[in-house]
Design a protein around this ligand. Structure first.
Ligand code: PMV
Length: 320
């Protein structure tokens, strides 16, 4: 059967400020050129298939695996909004590593919401897509800051603080890359976030100072980005990594990957996203394929670039 709707949303990398953002500090994230895609086909049921997980789920069933509850939530909300129901067969196909810190869950739910709104004849305005996706993210993550769904929805480089966002107009140099290493260690964002919040509660007198340092760092990074001072960004990334280690989200494997990027010539590197595994990134100038050659096969390496556009209808639907 032909796909009749296809939407795609970019992955994100938190450049600076993750975790601290959960307690109201600012963060900066960028959308990057890896995509989650959602295809919607006509059907007489409400089925959902994940290519990456190799699973099919009936969204009309009351008891479905926890990880699909957010999709069921979006489906019900969109049906309510549209005031009509219509059968579908949905296929999710994603280039974004799962549960690694690149926002795969948010990008997927954003693309899913966009595609479903279109399928039900509701204009997929970005503000609406973002709101529904955020409510859906809450089902999985408990207390998300909202940065993941916001970047997947709007794209670009965003300064984000408690629901307020500013799009940073950045002229990214053509020879500046982000090299990402996926350590392959999966973790639950919700669990890491709640451990960090617990630690904060216990040592708030110390950690409030670390949070203030993170805030200052993000404010300086915002200015450096706007001024095109990319050398300083590398240094700030490394300092930010130190602050993330202080709140307990780095582990031996993460340290190894962060230091590997520095050995390979990164201007600076850090863990990104929830940590305790997942991804680390480094800023690099020069030929990226040479850097990938230096990454051992136990890891997966990606060279990515920021993209200005967020969720959209697929550009090359049949080529994917
Ligand atoms: O690892 P990810 O992609 O789920 O990112 C989590 C980012 C945190 O700041 C740790 C949590 C949040 O909700 O902002």
């Amino acid at each position: 059967m032909k796909s009749i709707i296809c939407s795609e949303a970019p992955a994100k990398i938190i450049l600076f400020g993750e975790h601290f953002v959960v307690r109201g500090k600012p963060a900066i994230a960028t959308a990057v050129n890896l995509y989650a895609r959602v295809y919607v086909k006509e059907s007489n049921r409400h089925l959902f298939e994940s290519k990456q997980l190799g699973e099919k789920v009936d969204l009309d069933k009351q008891s479905i695996p926890e990880r699909y509850k957010q999709f069921q939530y979006v489906y019900r909300r969109v049906v309510e909004l549209a005031g009509k129901n219509r059968g579908f067969y949905i296929v999710i196909d994603s280039q974004i590593p799962l549960a690694a810190g690149m926002g795969s869950s948010a990008s997927t739910i954003v693309a899913f919401t966009h595609a479903l709104l279109k399928y039900y004849g509701v204009e997929p305005e970005l503000e609406l897509v973002n709101r529904i996706a955020y409510d859906a993210e809450k089902i999985v993550h408990g207390k998300p800051s909202g940065i993941d769904n916001t970047v997947a929805t709007y794209g670009g480089v965003l300064y984000y603080k408690q629901g307020y966002m500013e799009r940073l107009d950045i002229k990214w140099p053509s020879d500046l890359y982000l090299v990402v290493i996926d350590t392959g260690i999966k973790r639950s964002t919700g669990k890491v976030v709640s451990d960090v919040l617990q630690l904060y509660k216990k040592y708030s007198q110390i950690l409030s100072l670390v949070y203030d340092a993170a805030e200052k760092l993000v404010e300086i990074a915002r200015i450096k980005l706007l001024n095109g001072d990319f050398l300083s960004l590398g240094e700030l990334a490394s300092i930010n990594h130190g602050l993330l280690s202080a709140i307990g989200v780095s582990i031996a494997e993460v340290e190894e990957a962060v230091h590997l990027l520095r050995k390979l010539g990164a201007l600076g590197s850090k863990v990104s996203g929830a940590g305790r595994g997942g991804i680390v990134y480094g800023f690099f100038r020069g030929e990226p394929s040479r850097i990938l050659e230096g990454i051992p096969t136990k890891y997966k390496g990606y060279v990515v670039k920021p993209v200005r556009e967020g969720v959209r209808s697929c550009r090359d639907m049949y080529k994917y």
